[in-house]
Design a protein around this ligand. Structure first.
Ligand SMILES: Cc1cc2nc3c(=O)[nH]c(=O)nc-3n(C[C@H](O)[C@H](O)[C@H](O)COP(=O)(O)O)c2cc1C
Length: 713
């Protein structure tokens, strides 16, 4: 049956000797959630099973190491280097097969980019690397200079030994019942280190000429064929362009695909980038949908094996167009499946508006997980890594819940609580829901945040949450609830310095307010954004400061950013930071076509503002007490502190209340959503505050019947 909306997306395709039921592929995603020895556990099975259940046709399990001793891409990646891993892998394959999906494992040796071990790393070439966007980067060192690692070139004997380990690993994948295997030749990992003209400086049979650089992957394919038979499908993932001077360009990528096809590869999976320039690998929010598909399209013109395209594919309608135009054979989604594993089913059911679209923030799945050697999470999908959110238990006793603050944390709390059967009232001070997510909706590249705000608004409305806009409830109003979640976020900080009340001083909210006209949600009560003068000083080191600087620089202003810290935006996810600094310097992220800033943005670090004069002169002082001055038209205050709180009053009045997100401590979207979701999940029988003043319920039997039950307040 042809699907009425997405006929191409939901048509089958043959890869080698197996048929994928639709054109949707989960491109490899290392969720770093295996056991410490790399064996499969229930977390790994659940993650992939949900994607299969969600209707994805072809799931490529993320980077799995063929040799733990010399390289794990993440500390708890899967391992395929020993036969005892096979039974666990078989369970994983079965869990996907029983939902109709086909599946492969990506075999990857990280070489220089290993997260573990941290020393004695190997590569194609002797090198000292510092790759701040990579999971192998030493984010644990406070000392800047300690971050670089030296790696050494593998000997020819070592290369051949590793080729054998790849083939053995593929054989284990086959034994476990997977439909195929994929080799990871992208993103500057080991195979890519050999294939890359930028990295590979060898002059033996594994370097120098094109064919020598390709030799490692060709040898691996040949050995896999020998071990697994000619029928076992093998695919290769590599970067269409490395986006670095001296790196691979698209012309060579076409030749690679042709060579791989000749050598019997069954599919190619065209990715992007190398970790020297990490943004093309892990494309941040700035990147428009489908920006990398040109590479698959070019390759596809020259081969007849299936070609997978990936990078920021979010809308089924957009994916359908790629396939209909013949630009690729399968659409590859990684982070989208993290944010919403049921993407395919929602498209199939013709409900694309129900898809929780990934906003490409990289906070949960990268910065605060794989990069710091933890299991993968997601900023907007609390069910990743936490099965309690997959099958929500209905509340034992429905409660009346008041949520104060309609930002992402408050809305997520309202959503989960309503799904569990609680009666929820959501109070929002302004005229619309969305909170801090809305600050950037006018900012080129950052407007994906609005997708999430829209999705939450839709869920809140659908679930019958009572929304009270323009509402700041007091103690008396909140007394009527069984529990109150305070999610009012943060507000601008106003340091007590001379001139802080000058007319030249404004706040990030004045600058970032979205435009009034043409906004479908605008309730008609908001001032248009403030028009700043030509030279602006942004003071702070927070999302608010980075976004204000970008907004103003994008409007053609000359912007100075003043931070008391040693470097600006150290808290920022490193791929975003990489693009931000390139844009500050007047260039752009790799592959981005957005207009570069007219003036460079000047960051003044280790410095504070001591006075703002009415004339526009701003007095500065650095960490060595040296004074200087700048003449500007406006100063934008862009530091934040938690909003004033009713919390203590609520507790004094014996109302069960809890603070979440920035209202508790200024952090990010991941914390707000996670805490909102957790609070809503906790509200149940025996609701109380424990001795830590945390919400608790469902007490153990031992304390549930009298002694030890905690009184609220
Ligand atoms: C948490 C995480 C893990 C990833 N692991 C792998 C991996 O194991 N192998 C790989 O080739 N790419 C990996 N990638 C890259 C993705 O497959 C994908 O190319 C990239 O995220 C861009 O596509 P997307 O917008 O669909 O996420 C990973 C990406 C993320 C965010």
């Amino acid at each position: 049956m042809t699907h009425p909306d997405y006929p191409h997306l939901f048509s089958p395709i043959r890869i080698g000797n197996f048929v994928v039921p639709n054109r949707i592929c989960q491109v490899p995603t290392d969720i770093s959630s295996g056991n410490a020895d790399g064996s499969v556990n229930q977390r790994v099975i659940t993650y992939h099973e949900q994607i299969a259940k969600g209707g994805c046709g072809f799931i490529i399990v993320g980077a799995s190491t063929p040799d733990r001793a010399t390289g794990r891409p993440t500390v708890t990646c899967l391992s395929v280097d020993e036969d005892p891993m096979i039974p666990g892998l078989a369970e994983l394959a079965e869990a996907m097969h029983r939902h109709g999906a086909t599946c492969a494992v990506q075999i990857q040796h990280p070489g220089r980019q290993a997260a573990w071990p941290r020393k004695d790393l190997v590569s194609a070439t002797d090198q000292v690397v510092e790759l701040p966007g990579s999971a192998g980067h030493e984010v644990v060192y406070a000392e800047e200079l300690a971050k670089g690692k030296s790696v050494r070139a593998m000997t020819v004997e070592e290369v051949y030994a590793l080729v054998e380990k790849f083939a053995e690993a593929a054989w284990r994948v086959q034994q476990a019942g997977f439909d195929a295997v994929e080799l990871h030749g992208a993103h500057g990992y080991l195979i890519a280190q050999f294939m890359s003209p930028y990295v590979n400086r060898r002059n033996d049979r594994f370097g120098g000429t094109f064919i020598n650089r390709m030799r490692i992957v060709l040898e691996i394919i040949a050995r896999i064929r020998h071990k697994c038979g000619r029928d076992f499908p093998v695919g290769v993932r590599y970067s269409g362009e490395e986006w670095i001077e001296g790196g691979r360009t698209i012309a060579e990528s076409v030749t690679i695909a042709q060579l791989l096809e000749q050598q019997g590869a069954d599919f190619v999976d065209i990715s992007a980038g190398i970790f020297e320039a990490p943004a093309a690998v892990m494309d941040p929010m700035y990147y428009p949908q489908g920006w990398n598909t040109y590479a698959a399209e070019e390759v596809k013109k020259h081969v007849s094996i299936p070609v997978i395209t990936s990078h920021t594919l979010r809308d089924p309608g957009y994916c359908e167009k790629i396939l209909a135009a013949g630009r690729a054979d399968l659409v590859g989604l990684s982070r989208q499946m993290i944010a919403d594993p049921y993407w395919a089913n929602k498209a199939y059911a013709r409900q694309p508006e129900e898809i929780r679209k990934c906003i490409s923030c990289l906070v949960g799945c990268w910065q605060e997980s794989l990069m710091i050697k933890r299991h993968m999470r997601c900023a907007i999908n609390p069910a990743v890594g936490d099965e309690r959110f997959i099958h929500l238990e209905p509340a034992g006793t429905p409660r009346r819940l008041g949520v104060v603050g309609g930002g992402p944390g408050g809305m997520e709390a309202a959503r989960i609580a309503a799904l569990r059967g609680h009666q929820v009232t959501l109070f929002e001070r302004t005229g619309e829901l969305g909170g801090a997510l809305l600050c950037t909706c006018m900012l080129p590249g950052k407007n994906k945040l609005r997708w999430y705000a829209d999705w939450l608004r839709r869920q809140v409305a659908k679930l019958g949450v009572e929304v009270r806009l323009h509402s700041t409830p007091g103690l008396e109003e909140l007394r009527g609830f069984d529990a109150v979640i305070l999610a009012t976020g943060s507000k601008v900080a106003r340091p007590a310095i001379p001139g802080i009340d000058s007319t030249r001083v404004c706040t990030f909210e004045d600058v970032l307010r979205c435009k009034v006209e043409g906004c479908e949600y605008h309730p008609g009560d908001r001032e248009p954004p403030l028009e700043c003068g030509q030279t602006v000083l942004v003071w702070g080191d927070h999302f608010a400061a980075a976004d204000s600087a970008e907004k103003l620089a994008g409007d053609g202003k000359k912007v100075y950013v003043v931070t008391e810290n040693r470097e600006f935006a150290q808290w920022m996810e490193p791929c975003h930071r990489d693009v931000l600094f390139k844009r500050f310097a007047g260039s752009n992220g790799e592959g981005l076509t957005s207009k570069p800033f007219q003036h460079t943005v000047t960051v003044i670090a280790n410095t504070t503002v001591t006075e703002i004069k009415d004339s526009g002169e701003v007095a500065l002082m650095d960490h060595r007490f040296r004074k200087s001055a700048l003449a500007v038209d406006n100063v934008v205050l862009a530091s934040v502190v938690p909003e004033e709180s009713l919390y203590d009053q609520l507790l004094d009045a014996e109302i069960t209340a809890v603070k979440i997100g920035d209202h508790k401590r200024v952090r990010n979207l991941l914390s707000a959503v996670k805490e909102g979701a957790n609070a809503a999940l906790t509200i149940d029988d025996g609701l109380a505050l424990n001795a830590n003043r945390a919400l608790t319920s469902r007490h153990p039997t031992e304390v549930g019947r009298g002694a030890g039950v905690i009184a609220a307040g």
